[in-house]
Design a protein around this ligand. Structure first.
Ligand code: CAA
Length: 240
């Protein structure tokens, strides 16, 4: 049976690696993206995976987009809530706008992505919900009060949904990446990045594919009894 997967923020960074891995594992995959048309078009050309444009922070857009994906490729069996942004600033400089942008995308965006697919998963008695959190949701991070709050909140969503979905054959799990070599991490000032890498016992950034393999395992039928868990992949930077 071919299962279908939706990956939000799936055309770049960790999301792109997840999408490709799920495709390699035999899933029919669709991705969403928010704004970078060029990157999304290049991703679709390379992979043959359709990229849908909507803002995960908007419930109505998400629900309409998901209905379109399901009409195109079939009911969604696996949803990977990966879309996320940073608006880093020390707390005394953080604006309400920076707070709300990150909350709306990273936290409310998970609700908006999972809520529309949940009833179908319950009916079909199968589902995989995988939320991409972060080491910074586990340990906190200087200049990321907003981001860390959302990523810690994601873990609360996962632990609650796991209990609600268990009898319906739906598992909900989190992956907490450490610092991974993506545009998001490369945007951190070089000096700060070097200092962060020096605190990673593995001595290097992670690769997006290392996160994709965690997601693929959680999406597989083999992972049915793993529910409400967090896989940390951070090169021993932090133990939850
Ligand atoms: N710990 C302690 N102090 C720190 C610090 C840290 N990690 N980072 C910066 N500081 C200090 C600086 O040394 C400086 O101190 P002084 O004032 O005494 O010189 C002060 O904080 C910075 O103050 P500024 O007013 O200069 O800060 P700024 O307004 O220019 O902001 C910044 C700079 C946004 C904080 C920048 O340093 C930065 O981007 N830091 C990285 C934050 C980070 O790690 N983000 C993670 C992004 S990757 C990601 O989020 C993916 C994931 O899930 C892992």
């Amino acid at each position: 049976m071919t299962r279908t997967a939706l990956v939000t923020g799936g055309s770049r960074g960790i999301g792109a690696a997840i999408s490709k891995k799920l495709q390699d594992d035999g899933f029919k995959v669709a991705v969403t993206y928010a704004g970078n048309d060029e990157a999304a078009a290049a991703f679709s050309r390379e992979t043959g995976i359709e990229a849908y444009k909507w803002n995960v922070a908007d419930y109505d857009e998400s629900a309409a987009g998901i209905a379109q994906v399901e009409a195109d490729i079939g009911p969604i069996d696996v949803v990977v809530a990966n879309a996320g942004i940073t608006r880093d600033a020390p707390f005394h400089k953080m604006t309400p706008e920076q707070w709300h942008q990150v909350i709306d995308t990273n936290l409310t965006g998970v609700f908006n992505t999972v809520h529309p697919v949940w009833p179908g998963m319950r009916e079909r008695k199968f589902g995989r919900v995988i939320v991409i959190s972060s080491v910074n949701g586990q340990k906190g991070q200087f200049a990321q009060v907003n981001y860390a709050a959302t990523k810690a909140g994601d873990l609360g969503i996962v632990k609650s949904l796991a209990q609600e979905g268990a009898r319906a054959g739906i598992t909900t799990n989190a992956v907490c990446p450490g610092y991974i070599a993506t545009e998001m991490v490369m945007a951190v000032p070089e000096k700060v990045r070097e200092s962060i890498i020096s605190q990673i016992p593995a001595g290097r950034l992670g690769e997006p594919e290392e996160i994709a393999r965690c997601v693929a395992f959680l999406a597989s039928d083999d992972a049915q009894f793993i529910n409400g868990s967090t896989i940390s992949a951070n090169g021993a930077q932090f133990f939850a």
